[in-house]
Design a protein around this ligand. Structure first.
Ligand code: ADP
Length: 294
């Protein structure tokens, strides 16, 4: 919180200096009413100083905020890497030092495999975040059937997180809706949105996915959850790299703040748009992805 104090200090400093400059300016004008040329020069000069001061303060505050987010990101990534590594180490040590029954051993192997998957997931996300930013990167364009894409993504998340059938609801539209896109990247988009919907929905997630046409040229995918929701002021910010909504629910669900930044950059590369809608904390969230249809 030292940074926050520094930010407040600079903010107060900036405002005080601006007030001082204005007071000086007015005093100076009153003393030198007759010297008009000098007066104009002085006014312009002071205006410049004040503008400079304000810009300086805004820049400092922004920079400090960005640094804070980078720190939070590093902490989150370190944690995401350390936890599964420590867990795998513990199980390996136990396996080495004790003669366990076959069933117990198998259970340990499964846990280690899950930890390994978590590690891979984090590493992949960090890699994707940098590659998704390269706009020129070659895309493997093909016709992608969105109903199939959504069903595959639901199946993957359900298996990975061992979820019941009724967690996800999706009834594909009767008409086939396809887009021209990179299958791997679009899978990443759906995977991240569904994963978040589960992560931020507490004990009893109910997630519904809808696919429909908007007009004749745009395909729309809605991913709605019954989770913690997003405060109005954060609806745009969640797509920024490293940004995580500061609340208990987000702290409980581990993450790096990269998922939605990856989603946005992929969707935009495909000529589409993505936005978040929520009626506030505790009221669930809907993510809407729009993509140009083939
Ligand atoms: P991560 O989940 O790794 O923190 P994301 O970029 O995927 O990063 O999400 C950024 C932030 O947006 C999350 O930390 C969370 O606060 C918020 N968020 C994302 N999806 C949801 C959701 N479905 N419901 C509520 N909050 C969400």
């Amino acid at each position: 919180m030292r940074r926050r104090k520094t930010a407040i200090f600079f903010l107060v400093l900036g405002i005080s200096l601006s007030i001082l400059a204005v007071a000086l300016n007015i005093g100076w004008i009153l003393l030198n009413l007759r010297e008009v040329a000098m007066l104009i020069f002085g006014v312009v000069f002071f205006a410049l100083i004040i503008t400079g001061l304000i810009l300086n303060t805004i820049f400092l505050v922004r920079e400090i905020r960005r640094n804070e987010q980078h720190d939070a990101f590093l902490n989150a990534v370190t944690h995401e890497l350390k936890t599964p590594i420590a867990s795998i180490k513990l199980y390996l040590e136990t396996l080495k030092s004790r003669d366990l029954e076959r069933a117990k051993r198998n259970e340990f192997y499964d846990i280690m495999l899950a930890d390994n998957a978590r590690l891979l997931g984090t590493v992949e996300q960090v890699l994707q975040a940098s590659s998704a930013r390269e706009k020129q990167r070659q895309m493997n364009l093909a016709e992608v059937d969105l109903s199939e894409l959504i069903n595959d993504a639901i199946r993957t998340i359900r298996e990975r997180r061992h979820l019941d059938e009724e967690v996800f609801r999706f009834s594909p539209p009767s008409e086939k809706i396809s887009v021209l896109g990179d299958l791997d990247e679009l899978q990443t988009v759906m995977g991240n949105l569904l994963d978040n919907a589960v992560k931020y929905s507490g004990e009893d997630p109910k997630i519904s996915v809808r696919l429909k046409l908007s007009g004749t040229r745009t395909a729309e995918i809605y991913v709605r959850d019954n989770g913690v929701g997003i405060p109005r002021g954060d609806l745009k910010r969640v797509f920024k790299r490293f940004y995580r909504v500061p609340n208990a629910a987000a702290d409980a669900a581990k993450g790096t703040g990269l998922g939605l930044a990856i989603v946005r950059s992929i969707v935009e590369k495909h000529g589409g748009r993505v936005k978040a809608e929520s009626r506030g904390l505790g009221k669930g969230t809907t993510f809407v992805v729009q993509l140009p249809r083939v």
